[in-house]
Design a binder for this molecule. Structure first.
Ligand code: FES
Length: 183
């Protein structure tokens, strides 16, 4: 279990990031779900698709939301990452429906193909929330508890695009397309 406090800052926000957060806070303030919308906007705009500790601190300061609540949201939702991610993010569902339809094998084959089998999980990974990034930062492989699309199991999300009834070959093809296309 991770502590609900923000770790010491390791990153320094530049003016562009500060401005982006200011704009997101101004845009979403007072709307329902504003914190999640702000976090999503800030992560999407980051070159490595993650939320730095310094960004979380700044969001806390600008919104007045307690840092512990912001950290809880950023670590609770699978969408968010506290570590730099690869150019392509592949999320494999590890929920029960997907598990019974072979998602563990899909995950293992994917990690094998990307040379991730013997890598240590990213710093903020938990036992049930794996996050691994290739050395060249081309791919991040993550696990998700459930996409809420259980009838389509097994489900894999590639760069926010949901793939249904995935098998090893179809996933391999998808990854090769991304790799060859150098997306
Ligand atoms: S268990 Fe995979 S989408 Fe629900």
């Amino acid at each position: 279990m991770q502590s609900a406090t923000l770790k010491p800052a390791q990153d320094v926000l530049d003016d562009r990031e500060r401005l982006l957060i200011d704009q997101a806070v101004a845009k979403y303030a007072d709307r329902p779900g504003s914190l999640l919308a702000i976090l999503e906007t800030v992560q999407e705009a980051n070159a490595h698709k993650y939320l730095s500790m310094e960004a979380l601190r700044y969001i806390a300061r600008e919104t007045g939301v307690p840092p512990a609540r912001i950290y809880s949201a950023a670590t609770f939702y699978a969408l968010f990452s506290l570590d730099p991610q690869g150019d392509n993010v592949v999320a494999v569902c590890r929920g029960t429906a997907c598990h019974t339809r072979g998602s563990r094998d899909l995950l293992e084959k994917l990690c094998l193909d990307l040379g991730l089998s013997d890598r240590e999980p990213d710093e903020n990974s938990e036992a049930d929330k794996l996050a691994l990034t290739t050395a060249d930062r081309r791919f991040t492989v993550r696990t998700v508890a459930c996409f809420g699309q259980c009838a389509l199991a097994p489900v894999v999300e590639v760069n926010h695009h949901i793939l249904s009834h995935v098998n090893e070959r179809s996933l391999q093809r998808e990854i090769q397309t991304l790799d060859h296309g150098r997306k």
